[in-house]
Design a protein around this ligand. Structure first.
Ligand SMILES: [Zn+2]
Length: 315
């Protein structure tokens, strides 16, 4: 029997069984083959086996089928064996990718302007991205009221990269975003494409008209998303009422501050970008979850059953 091993992806230096070739010509009859396959799949349920034989008979083919071997190739046909191995490896890798995609949590964070989501939940984005979540930031305008749109786009891209998120940027009118069907459809495009488990957005309790419009449009666009919660913008009113707190580690706070720092064009003119204020705000919310730092969320809907996030249920 020959084994085909590949260096372990995601397993550091350990080799990982990717499959095996069982040579029936050398290793015995159909009974031995069946016994081998049974033992093999008990130990390695997801690792396929290619069987080779001098001249495969119908009985051999049936034994291969019964034993759920991945393929049968003629022993002298080295190209055929290679092709079978490649085919099996490709299938195994596609299955592994599909499993990884299925298990990966997806979070969509929506903001009206560049820097909104960084201020609200920059630490949460970093924390979840580092834990393996697929996080997308959807920014609905280029923030033209705050400076050159191209520069703001570049800053937003850098900030997203720092937090570990993908960026999608739309071009709704800064200062005049409304919660009409156009805005809803714009948000729906990304919601449908990503199919997020969680959506985070501005709160309704906010003095900025764009933030309120994005909040309302998102509630419609994300109506089938199981979890929706609202982050705190600097323009949130005193009625903002969080009921969930995401604990942040020092490195999450650092990533948040670095991401906000990427918005250099805004630093001089925006009082709410001052590091001391950002840090002390996170420090303040930390008292609600016995943590040094935290970010607050106002949960709108939490429709998933208990145990949905067994490893980390928050947000
Ligand atoms: Zn904003």
């Amino acid at each position: 029997m020959e084994d085909f091993l590949a260096a372990g992806e995601g397993h550091r230096d350990l080799p990982v069984w990717r499959g095996a070739v069982w040579d029936a010509g050398l290793s015995g009859d159909d009974t031995a083959l069946t016994a081998f396959l049974e033992r093999w799949y008990l130990r390695h349920p997801h690792v396929p086996v290619v069987v080779t034989d001098d001249s495969p008979s119908t009985a051999r083919a049936l034994a291969v089928l019964r034993g759920k071997a991945a393929d049968l190739a003629e022993r002298s046909d080295s190209d055929g064996i290679t092709n079978a191995v490649i085919h099996v490896l490709r299938q195994a890798s596609e299955t592994a990718d599909a499993h990884a995609r299925e298990g990966q949590r997806k979070m969509l964070v929506i903001g009206a302007h560049p820097d909104d989501v960084e201020i609200g939940v920059g630490g949460t984005i970093h924390r979840r991205a580092e834990a393996g979540w697929d996080v997308t930031v959807l920014t609905l305008s280029h923030g033209a009221c705050g400076g050159d749109p191209d520069r703001r786009r570049q800053e937003a891209e850098e900030a997203a990269r720092i937090m570990g998120a993908h960026l999608v940027m739309e071009n709704l009118p800064d200062g005049a975003i409304v919660d009409n069907s156009g805005t809803i459809q714009t948000i729906e495009r990304t919601v449908h494409r990503i199919q997020p488990d969680v959506v985070l957005v501005h709160s309704e309790r906010d003095t900025h008209q764009d933030h309120r419009a994005v909040h309302r449009a998102t509630l419609v666009a994300a109506r089938r998303v199981p979890r929706v919660a609202c982050y705190q913008s600097p323009s949130a009113t005193v009625s903002y009422r969080p009921n969930r707190f995401v604990e942040l580690r020092d490195r999450d706070v650092k990533s948040k501050l670095d991401a906000i720092d990427a918005h250099r064009s805004q630093a001089a003119s925006r009082w709410y970008l001052e590091e001391e204020l950002l840090r002390s705000t996170a420090r303040y919310w930390g008292r609600f979850c016995q943590s040094r730092y935290a970010e607050p969320l106002e949960v709108i809907r939490d429709a998933t059953h208990l145990g949905y996030f067994p490893e980390d249920h928050v947000v």
